[in-house]
Ligand binder design. Structure first.
Ligand code: PAF
Length: 279
């Protein structure tokens, strides 16, 4: 497995692979890998000849009071997990290489980014779309895999690819959970045992809402209420619990078309997200 630390190194590997007509898949990550990331690698391997995992804690997608500095990092462990998963190359650039001191060009998706996490984290998705397009360009990937855990992010990237005619196939991968239901996230590391226990109320609420939906309930109010009640009873602070149209990310009063039930809530200082696609 190759470790690529500079722009020149990834460009040269990309040229070599492209000259041999190899189909390249990219799995963009911020590192501190878990089973969710590795599931993306397995999907990427099945769809390509070569897999690149990028590990880059992207400063452009963090707000001034967010967790950029304390975001968990463990490159040695990530490298080992990638090697074990059969990754061909890890791209691990420095922020100063990814962003020139006078960087001034941004990719702005202007509709789906306005709501949910985009409303709570101004500028977040501008940072995501910008870095993802850079990673697509640098890696020369034909396919890129994103987890449904970050559903809004995945939908925004799919929209960016469509709107800007980016020649990359965007694959959505299933959300991966711990056996007790907690959605896998690198940020779960921040949770104390008591907070982690409380955080299980998010998935519990989501499963109950899904059960109601499967039983035929379509009105947003009872679907959202069961999630809100579950989180509040466990002492969580809700950022949003919302039922959205999957295509437009506009709120739905009735789930009469493919819908996304999305949640963001704080346990302690840790902001967690989770969701279910209702269709
Ligand atoms: O989902 C993530 O880990 C990040 O938002 C991504 C896609 C790697 C961009 O920095």
């Amino acid at each position: 497995m190759k470790i690529l630390r500079s722009i020149e190194e990834i460009e040269s590997l990309r040229s070599e692979w492209q000259s041999r007509n190899l189909r390249i898949a990219l799995v963009p990550t911020m590192g501190y890998l878990h089973a969710g990331h590795l599931s993306l690698v397995h999907i990427a391997k099945a769809q390509s000849d070569r897999v690149i995992v990028s590990i880059f804690v992207n400063p452009a997608q963090f707000g001034p009071n967010e967790d950029l500095d304390r975001y968990p990092r463990d490159f040695d462990r990530d490298e080992r997990l990638c090697a074990e998963a059969g990754v061909d190359a890890v791209f691990y650039p420095a922020a100063t290489d990814m962003y020139a001191a006078d960087h001034s060009t941004w990719v702005l998706e202007d509709s789906l980014s306005q709501t949910l996490c985009g409303a709570s984290r101004p500028g977040h998705f501008r940072g995501v779309t910008t870095v993802v397009l850079k990673l697509f360009n640098l890696s020369g990937c034909s396919v890129a895999v994103f987890g449904r855990k970050d559903a809004q992010q995945a939908l925004i990237i799919r929209r960016m690819v469509r709107d800007l005619n980016v020649p990359v196939q965007v694959v959505f991968a299933p959300l991966v959970r711990e056996p007790d239901g907690l959605a896998l996230s690198s940020r779960n590391k921040y949770l104390s045992p008591a907070e982690r226990q409380g955080a299980l109320s998010i998935s519990r609420g989501i499963f109950q809402a899904e059960e109601r939906y499967r039983a035929g309930v379509r009105e947003a109010a009872p679907l959202l209420a069961v999630v809100q009640e579950s989180i509040s009873a466990a002492g969580g602070k809700i950022d949003y619990v919302a039922l959205m149209d999957q295509d437009t990310l506009r709120p739905l009063a009735v789930a009469d078309r493919p819908a996304l039930l999305a949640v963001a809530a704080f346990f302690g200082q840790t902001r967690l997200i989770d969701n279910v696609f209702l269709e």
